[in-house]
Design a protein around this ligand. Structure first.
Ligand SMILES: Cc1cc2nc3c(=O)[nH]c(=O)nc-3n(C[C@H](O)[C@H](O)[C@H](O)COP(=O)(O)O)c2cc1C
Length: 165
């Protein structure tokens, strides 16, 4: 699959089959994440991954819009490290680039994902942070699994949002 196809095939998937996803595939997603660009190559991210039902339950209790973890095989939480960027604050963009790389790599691997935003919304960011026991800042929680649904495409090209100067 090429990147043109992956971008067009990606959807937010909220229902997954009861199929395991091997850790090697999660590691492939994480490698894609860490190949994302970052300001001054500061790589201000950390990744918390779990396939444990008990931890997914706690994440669902901490975040009000990630019920799809009920059926997802894995949760990946992408966390920012503002401390690695003392002179600027680009870490949310850097982490978002890492998130999008995960979503697109997942398409190629036959996996579905759903990006569930954390930072800057509270109290979910602080609550997810407590579940993970981390000091880095949860930016997004990503559900990952084998899709049990094929949602319609929502994205589209809108020329009214474009100005050529
Ligand atoms: C920053 C951000 C936060 C999001 N948060 C949630 C969320 O908490 N729960 C959820 O089900 N979907 C969430 N989504 C997914 C969007 O609802 C979805 O991307 C949008 O409806 C477009 O659908 P598509 O991803 O299938 O193209 C989020 C997406 C982004 C980019």
């Amino acid at each position: 699959m090429n990147v043109t196809d992956a971008i067009r095939a990606r959807r937010s998937v909220r229902r997954y089959r009861a199929a395991e996803v091997p850790r090697e595939k999660i590691e492939a997603l994480l490698e894609a994440a860490m190949l994302a660009p970052s300001a001054v190559n500061s790589r201000p991210w950390e990744f918390y991954c779990t396939d444990k039902a008990e931890i997914k339950q706690r994440l669902m209790a901490a975040h009000p819009a990630c019920r799809m973890l009920e059926t997802a095989a894995w949760a990946i939480v992408v966390c920012g490290r503002p401390d690695l960027q003392p002179s600027h604050g680009y870490w949310p963009q850097d982490c978002a680039a890492a998130v999008e790389n995960i979503l697109l790599q997942a398409v190629e691997l036959g996996l579905g994902t759903c990006w569930c935003g954390c930072y800057p919304s509270e109290p979910r960011t602080g609550q997810v942070q407590k579940v993970l026991g981390c000091t880095s800042v949860p930016l997004a929680l990503i559900a990952v699994g084998v899709p049990a649904e094929a949602p319609a495409q929502k994205g589209f090209y809108d020329p009214s949002r474009v100005t050529f100067l």
